[in-house]
Design a binder for this molecule. Structure first.
Ligand SMILES: [Zn+2]
Length: 257
């Protein structure tokens, strides 16, 4: 490792470190300030709140489409719309894009393989390294960084595969303002193996749930109930219980204005 690449690496680690500190402080302080609202939301999730989220689709290392056989933009829009319907119905939260930007966009940057095939090792660790820095450089920024990420948009990156294709989605909970879903996680394949993928998967909505504090606000990573959105695999349903609704609405990403 040369001197300058060493300096560059240290610089990137410092930037990742600052980002982790801001996000962690924002998550904790946001939860405390939002406590009265949380208690009220346990009774009735009202009034309607807003959550900003954008989907950013990666290209391959050489700039070619992530999957030339599929229209990932259309699939991502379908997953987005499914997440929007679930969050509105279950928690009275309106999922919107950021500013007047499109809700789904293909990134022009040629990503490193580490970002295309990220690992899912949990909060803080994933923010560092080549992949973490790519996500940091390409996520959607907003003025909310001055408010420790209160009202920040969530960036959902669509990647090639996660953990050697073992996982289809990954979120570091409220300690990060981005998550990733693999292209395989956008749709649920048809039952007969040969037909095209049949419909949008709940993976994106599930990962948004993690980013908004589910299910650790309920003291476990996943729900044991199959009809619940926070059930572990994609045979899950789309429901949220009272504590989950209030926990999601108490997230710093979910705001009244
Ligand atoms: Zn999960």
């Amino acid at each position: 490792m040369g001197f300058f690449s060493g300096i560059k690496k240290i610089g990137k680690a410092i930037v990742s470190g600052i980002d982790s500190v801001i996000n962690t402080a924002g998550e904790i302080i946001g939860r405390v300030i939002g406590l009265p609202g949380f208690l009220f939301d346990l009774i009735v999730p009202w009034p309607r709140k807003k959550l900003r989220m954008r989907i950013l689709i990666l290209q391959n290392e050489d700039g070619s489409p992530l999957d030339a056989t599929r229209n990932l933009v259309l699939e991502a829009r379908a997953a987005y719309d499914l997440a929007r319907a679930i969050l509105k119905r279950e928690a009275n939260v309106k999922l919107i894009s950021y500013g007047n930007l499109a809700r789904v966009e293909v990134l022009n940057d040629n990503p490193p393989t580490a970002a295309l095939e990220p690992r899912c090792r949990g909060p803080f660790i994933d923010s560092f390294g080549e992949a973490g820095f790519f996500f940091l450089a390409n996520k959607q920024y907003s003025i909310s960084i001055l408010l420790l990420g209160n009202g920040a948009p969530i960036s959902s990156f669509i990647v090639r595969e996660i953990e050697n294709d073992e996982k289809v989605g990954c979120s570091s909970g409220g300690f990060s303002d981005y998550l990733f879903v693999s292209s395989r996680g956008l749709t649920i394949p048809s039952d007969d193996d040969v037909g095209p993928a049949s419909h949008a998967s709940t993976t994106l909505a599930h990962e948004i749930g993690h980013s908004c504090g589910l299910n650790y606000m309920g003291f476990s990573e996943h729900s044991k109930k199959k009809n619940n959105l926070m059930y572990k695999d994609n045979t899950r349903g789309t429901r949220l219980n009272r504590l989950q609704k209030a926990g999601l609405r108490n997230s710093r990403f979910v705001t009244y204005l």
